[in-house]
Write a protein that binds this ligand. Structure first.
Ligand code: MG
Length: 372
């Protein structure tokens, strides 16, 4: 295959509801969308999970732009590819910048699947035809408001509830949820809000029978998480700390994590995702797909990877209507009884709504290959 044109779009979408975690609140979403066009006329789509501020990881929309334009696009446009996994190989000499790399690489995977006339799920080796869906609930104004949300989401069919926690918004909140909903699949995500000094406090989480506690300690730590795990019955799941298969190998060897939250953007793309998936299968480490408030395009990629066998827990792949008044794909991602059907149309299986995307585009630029 040959990618001969890449279109970069910066769009802005309003979130239906603000989303608060231990690191901040998001009201709207600026997103970089990548469209990679092949010489045979197919378009592959993906998005960067970077936001405007470097508060999840060090990347931002502002840092993605020059990395893509100066380094990543030229490496994709320069020569034909036999397979999309070669993109990761070409990007290997570029350090870090995982979100930016993933966005470009994923667009090529989608284009490849479309050229082959196969679904992205199939070309990745996915076997599931439907996936279980969980939901992530941000920090709310009051405990009552949170309980109401949990009730609504359980009624809507979600298979597991994840709540964001931080010091001062944790034990009481989990207690209240467990009193009202003793049997639901429940987990907590701390987004790095604690330190090892909180061991005694974090041990109190054990009484709530959580599926896992996600990333309690620092964003780049795998040592202290292993120390903490020794004191907890609740399995630790890592998110922010894991960028590569090697990171996962080391974390598993140290027993820093017993479950992996996989975000394609965080690990630099689908090729690394597959490598991590194989390692986790071999080591019996369950995985699930985390969310980054993606538009329908990123969500479609998440659905495709969740169709892989190793993604055993429900992911944060809620339907379009959970986040957006109007999504940028057609059809919208729909959920019924907590299940999303993996689409059987080629590529990501959802068509980007070009006319609508045009109306919310703040900036657009085309890049073409020098050698045709
Ligand atoms: Mg997380």
């Amino acid at each position: 295959m040959k990618i001969n044109e890449i279109i970069l779009r910066h769009i802005k979408m309003d979130l239906l509801h603000p989303f608060t975690t231990s690191v901040g609140t998001e009201y709207d979403k600026d997103v970089l969308i990548i469209e990679a066009k092949t010489d045979s006329g197919y378009s592959g789509w993906a998005e960067s999970v970077s936001i405007k501020e470097p508060i999840y990881n060090e990347e931002t929309i502002g840092t993605n732009l020059p990395i893509m334009k100066d380094f990543l696009f030229p490496l994709v446009l320069e020569e034909a590819l036999d397979h999309p996994s070669e993109v990761a190989e070409r990007f290997r000499s570029i350090r870090g910048n995982f979100n930016a790399k993933a966005a470009v690489e994923q667009a090529v995977w989608d284009a490849y699947a479309k050229e082959e006339g196969r679904t992205l799920s199939e070309v990745l080796g996915g076997t599931k035809k439907e996936i279980d869906v969980g939901v992530s609930i941000g920090i709310t104004e009051t405990k009552e408001a949170l309980l109401e949300k949990v009730r609504d989401f359980i009624d809507a069919g979600y298979k597991r509830i994840k709540v964001k926690v931080k010091p001062g918004w944790d034990i009481d909140v989990l207690e209240a949820i467990r009193e009202t909903f003793p049997d639901i699949e429940l987990m907590a995500d701390a987004n790095c809000a604690y330190t090892l000094e909180d061991i005694d406090h974090l041990k109190k989480f054990d009484r709530f029978g959580l599926m896992m506690i996600e990333q309690p300690l620092d964003h780049d730590d795998i040592i202290d998480h292993a120390k903490l795990q020794k004191h907890l019955q609740t399995p630790i799941c890592l998110d922010e700390s894991l960028h590569t298969k090697e990171d996962v190998r080391k974390a598993v060897e140290l027993d820093s994590c017993r479950i992996v939250n996989l975000k394609v953007g965080r690990v630099g793309g689908l090729t690394e995702t597959l490598a991590i998936h194989d390692l986790c299968m071999e080591k019996n480490i369950p995985m699930w797909c985390g969310g980054m408030l993606e538009t329908g395009i990123g969500r479609a990629h998440n659905i495709a990877i969740t169709s892989l066998e190793g993604f055993t827990y429900p992911g944060d792949t809620a339907p379009s209507s959970h986040y957006w008044e109007r999504d940028i794909i057609s059809p919208a991602v729909e959920m019924k009884d907590g299940i999303i059907h993996v689409p059987d149309r080629p590529g990501i299986g959802y068509e980007p709504d070009g006319d609508y995307i045009e109306t919310i585009t703040l900036y657009k630029e085309r890049f073409t290959s020098i050698r045709k």
